[in-house]
Design a binder for this molecule. Structure first.
Ligand code: SF4
Length: 369
C-alpha cells in the first residue's frame, strides 16, 4: 500500500509578513471557529468516501498560516480526527508549523501531548532589524526563548526556517544569523531565497533584491557553515542532522501521494491533482453542505508524472535514478545537454545536480519542460 502524506491548512496569522503571498488572513474568533468545524467535517467526508482507500499515513503536517494560533486542545482534536479517519504508521512524523510569538511552555506541552513530534519554526532571521523589515512580530531573543521552551517541552525534532537574499543583507549579518541558528542546535534547517511576489508589501514598496552574485555568496556561505557544523544537505534548500530529513518534504519531492485538507490545500491521489477552493467562506459553505471543496482537478498523464519525478527528484541531493531518466527519450537528450553544460552529473546509476546546478535549479527544471 502506498504511503500517504496528510496536510491540514490553517489560513490564519497574527498579521501578514511583508514578503508573504500565501492565502492567509488575520485570526478572528468567528471565522476561525467556523473553519475549525469545517476541517473536522472535511476529514469526516473523506473518511466516509474512503478517499485514501486504506493508504498508510506516514506524515501529518499542520501548516498554513499559523496553526499555533489555535489553542492546543483544538489542535489535539484535529490530530485525533485524522487518526480516527486514516490509518497511521506507528512512527508517523507529525509536524506543526510554529510562529515564535505564538508558542510558550504551556501550549508547547499541550502540543507535545497531542502526539506532535516535530516542530517547524519560522524564524527567518536572528537580526531584530531584519525581523522588523520582514514584519515578523517577534524579536530574535523571543525566537531563542521559543526554541528553548520547545526543547523543555520535549520536542527532540525541531526545524528552523531562514530567509536569505534580503534587501541590503550583508554577508556578515547573514553569517551571524546562521551562527545563531547553529548555536541552538536544531535537527533541521531550511534556507529560502527571498522572492518578491505580487500582492506583497515588499512588491508594493518596490523593494529590490540583492544582486544574483550576492545571493549566490549567501547560499554558498550557508552550505559551507552548515556542512562544517555537521548538517547534511539533502535538498536544494534543506539541511538536516543524520536521520532528521523531513519525511513530509521528501513525500513531495518523491511525488508520493498526498491529501490536502483545508482552504487552498492541494492533493495528489490516483493520478489526479486537486486543489481546494481558496475562499474561506466558500470552503466552509461547501464542506457544511457535505461536499469536498475542490476547485480544480487535473489529470496527470504518465508522461507528466515521469517529468515531475525528474524535476522534483533532482531537487534532492541524491538526485534521480537512471530508470527515472530513461522513462522518456526526450529527457535523456535534455540530461545529456545539461551534463555537458556542467549542471548535472552522473554518479553511478544516479543523476544529480552539480553545485552550479543547485544554484540554477529553476533553469534545470525549465529545460525538462
Ligand atoms: S507567518 Fe508565515 S504564513 Fe503567516 S503571514 Fe508570515 S510568512 Fe505568511
Amino acid at each position: 500500500m502506498n504511503p500517504l502524506g496528510l496536510y491540514i491548512d490553517f489560513p490564519f496569522c497574527i498579521a501578514r509578513c511583508a514578503f508573504c503571498a500565501f492565502n492567509v488572513q488575520g485570526y478572528r474568533e468567528g471565522i476561525s471557529e467556523r473553519y475549525r468545524l469545517a476541517l473536522h467535517k472535511e476529514l469526516a467526508i473523506h473518511d466516509l468516501l474512503d478517499t485514501c482507500n486504506g493508504r498508510e499515513v506516514v506524515s501529518l503536517y499542520l501548516g498554513g498560516g499559523t496553526p499555533t494560533l489555535y489553542p492546543p486542545h483544538v489542535v489535539n482534536e484535529i490530530v485525533s480526527s485524522c487518526r480516527s479517519g486514516f490509518r497511521f504508521h506507528a512512527s508517523a512524523e507529525i509536524t506543526i508549523e510554529a510562529h515564535p510569538a505564538t508558542i510558550n511552555s504551556a501550549n508547547l506541552r499541550g502540543l507535545r501531548e497531542s502526539g506532535i513530534n516535530r516542530l517547524s519554526m519560522g524564524v527567518q532571521s536572528f537580526s531584530d532589524e531584519y525581523l522588523t523589515l520582514l514584519g515578523r512580530n517577534h524579536t530574535a531573543q523571543e525566537a531563542v526563548d521559543a526554541f528553548n521552551a520547545a526543547r523543555e517541552a520535549g520536542f527532540s525534532n525541531i526545524g528552523i526556517d531562514l530567509i536569505y537574499g534580503l534587501p541590503d543583507l550583508l554577508l556578515g549579518e547573514w553569517e551571524k544569523t546562521l551562527q545563531s541558528t547553529i548555536d541552538l542546535d536544531p535537527e533541521h534547517i531550511s534556507i529560502y531565497a527571498l522572492s518578491i511576489e505580487e500582492g506583497t508589501l515588499f512588491h508594493k514598496k518596490g523593494v529590490a533584491l540583492p544582486s544574483e552574485e550576492e545571493q549566490v555568496s549567501q547560499y554558498q556561505l550557508a552550505q559551507k557553515m552548515l556542512f562544517d557544523a555537521g548538517f547534511q544537505q539533502y535538498e536544494i534548500s534543506n539541511f538536516a542532522r543524520e536521520g532528521y530529513a523531513s519525511v513530509h518534504n521528501l513525500l513531495y519531492w518523491n511525488r508520493a501521494e498526498t491529501l490536502g485538507i483545508g482552504v487552498s490545500a492541494h492533493s495528489y491521489l490516483n493520478n489526479e491533482h486537486k486543489e481546494n477552493t481558496a475562499s474561506i467562506p466558500l470552503y466552509c459553505e461547501q464542506v457544511e453542505a457535505g461536499h469536498i471543496p475542490t476547485e480544480r482537478t487535473t489529470q496527470v498523464s504518465n508522461e507528466e508524472a515521469a517529468t515531475d519525478r525528474i524535476i522534483f527528484g533532482l531537487r534532492k541531493r541524491e538526485g534521480i535514478t537512471n530508470t527515472d531518466l530513461h522513462s522518456l527519450k526526450k529527457h535523456e537528450q535534455t540530461a545529456t545537454v545539461l551534463i555537458k553544460n556542467g549542471l548535472l552529473v552522473a554518479e553511478g546509476d544516479r543523476i544529480c545536480l552539480t553545485p552550479r546546478g543547485m544554484l540554477l535549479a529553476d533553469q534545470v527544471a525549465t529545460a525538462f519542460f
